[in-house]
Design a protein around this ligand. Structure first.
Ligand code: C5P
Length: 227
């Protein structure tokens, strides 16, 4: 189960540090990672990241997308902050990805990954899958460690980019949970079976009456699916 705990990332998609720290406390023993995204980072900044890092690994999900120099500098700042994972948007192109990878190389403890296609994207499934694969190949060529992708693309990405190329998959839902704005969902077992290395779960855990119980449910499904 411990191994699964290190593959489950709970998205701290809340407004304030107090709510984030309360969730962190509730989930303390249940998950190994927290994902800090735009909302919380814009509100609370690096201080909050430092607090979360004291007990958990942090994936700083800010999806950098700018000119290569600016993105490289932002990646360097993330490295200094000591996060274990940070991402850029592969839509920024090859030069941007290379600059980001060069900057990340100074921080061997931090994995740099790319967003391929957002799971909420309305583009047809086949087109999204093709673009995700193309961008994953570009990210690997540029020296990135992996990608954020839909569960449904994970196997093809592993096949194209190698088993060590990391896949981080949001869009996770189980039982009769509301899919909300996610278009390409899968349950935790399916995600593991299809080659996802890390599962990002937000609302199904953080909005649950008992977040730790919801996280444990996800971990049980992941463990049951392990080959
Ligand atoms: O609440 P939910 O489980 O849908 O949260 C998914 C999380 O993953 C959100 O923080 C969202 O921003 C993030 N994410 C995503 N799709 C991507 C990349 C990140 O949903 N392609």
């Amino acid at each position: 189960m411990n191994e699964m705990k290190d593959r489950l990332m709970v998205a701290l998609d809340v407004e304030h540090a107090e709510q984030a720290m309360a969730l962190k406390q509730k989930l303390a023993g249940a998950v190994g990672w927290f994902k800090i995204g735009l909302r919380l980072f814009v509100a609370e900044g690096p201080e909050l990241v430092r607090s979360v890092r004291q007990s958990h690994k942090v994936f700083l999900d800010l999806k950098f997308h700018d000119i290569p120099n600016t993105v490289a500098q932002a990646v360097e700042s993330a490295g200094r902050l000591g996060v274990e994972m940070v991402n850029v948007h592969a839509g920024g192109g090859e030069a941007m990805l290379r600059a980001a990878a060069d900057a990340a190389a100074a921080f061997p403890e931090m994995r740099l990954i790319a967003v391929t296609v957002l799971t909420s994207d309305p583009m047809p499934k086949a087109q999204a899958a093709e673009l995700a694969l193309e961008r994953a190949r570009m990210a690997r060529e540029a020296g990135l460690a992996g990608v954020v992708c839909s569960v449904w693309e994970a196997a093809a990405i592993k096949q194209a980019c190698g088993d060590n190329f990391i896949t981080v998959t949001p869009g996770i839902r189980w039982s009769d949970q509301d899919t909300q704005d996610q278009k390409r969902i899968a349950d935790p077992a399916e995600a593991v079976r299809r080659g996802a290395d890390y599962l990002v779960v937000g609302r199904p855990v953080i909005r649950a009456a008992d977040p730790a119980a919801a996280a444990r449910e996800a971990l049980d499904m992941m463990a049951a699916a392990r080959p």
